[in-house]
Ligand binder design. Structure first.
Ligand code: ZN
Length: 274
């Protein structure tokens, strides 16, 4: 406590809440948090239902426990948009079981996926310390739950926490790495390989083997026409790597899918090593 007596404001507020012997940056963090007078019951309530085992956003447990009071639980339905291109991004999302696709959309309506994020990452981090509108649109690819935090509040937390700043930089690096790998993939690898890699990425992030995906949607992800998806899906089914019915795809043999994926899969962050 001695170190904060020079700042009478911090010292006074520290005494009021009786913050125990925490590391200095977290001591400040805690004090600042008590000034969030605008925290409503709705924002605080989800804390009670947030399991301690949860792993989201690639956050170390100590950082997650610090952010937990500020996270709001949310259910995301398939095809919901978190934000669209040129929108203002007010929230950063931490998917847990949901998987989010980010797309670039051309003027003629064609799309291509540039990033896919599950519980290993966060969506909307480019909005932190920035007033620029969204560069991509973010859409729910696999329905599930997530947690969100107001970008303004995350900014304040970041201001006082070096570990959180390091986490943000790691997230940005992973994001750039994934987008860079996608550029290589979209330029140099066959669409069949890209399709297998993408299915494996969904499998890793959702821990599910069954997906509600139309061929139209997959065509938009891969930036190809729908008949190409029909041919690829048929070939993969003949090899017993996947199966499908209308609007649903099932991964039936992950190892076969991996053998047919491109080299990008093992290069991408959060790829499982089997
Ligand atoms: Zn590739």
């Amino acid at each position: 406590m001695e170190g904060y007596k020079a700042d009478s404001g911090f010292a006074r507020r520290t005494e009021e809440i009786g913050v125990p012997n925490l590391a200095p940056e977290f001591r400040i963090d805690e004090v600042i948090r008590t000034t969030y007078d605008n925290l409503t019951l709705e924002q605080i309530e989800p804390v009670r239902s947030l399991p301690t085992r949860i792993g989201i956003g690639g956050l170390p447990s100590v950082l997650l426990s610090k952010l937990r009071p500020l996270l709001k639980y949310t259910q995301l339905a398939k095809d919901d948009y978190l934000f669209q291109q040129d929108d203002r991004v007010d929230f950063v999302f931490f998917p847990e079981s949901a998987v989010i696709s980010e797309f670039q959309m051309l003027a003629d309506g064609r799309t291509i996926e540039v990033a896919v994020t599950g519980s290993e990452g966060a969506v909307g981090i480019s909005s932190v310390w920035s007033t620029s509108p969204a560069v991509n649109c973010a859409q729910v690819c696999v329905a599930g739950n997530a947690y969100k935090i107001e970008a303004d509040i995350l900014e304040r937390e970041l201001t006082y926490s070096r570990p959180l700043q390091r986490w943000l930089h790691d997230q940005i690096n992973s994001y750039i790495k994934q987008i860079s790998q996608k550029v290589i993939c979209n330029t140099h690898h066959a669409v069949e390989e890209r399709f297998c890699t993408w299915l494996l990425m969904l499998h890793d992030r959702s821990k599910k083997s069954k997906f509600n995906l139309t061929q139209e949607y997959i065509a938009g992800v891969l930036g190809v026409y729908r008949p190409s998806v029909t041919c690829m899906a048929k070939a993969l089914r003949e090899k017993e790597a996947i199966d499908y019915v209308r609007g649903q795809i099932f991964i039936t043999d992950r190892q076969k899918l991996k053998k047919m994926s491109c080299a990008c899969y093992s290069e991408l962050p959060f790829s499982r090593s089997f």
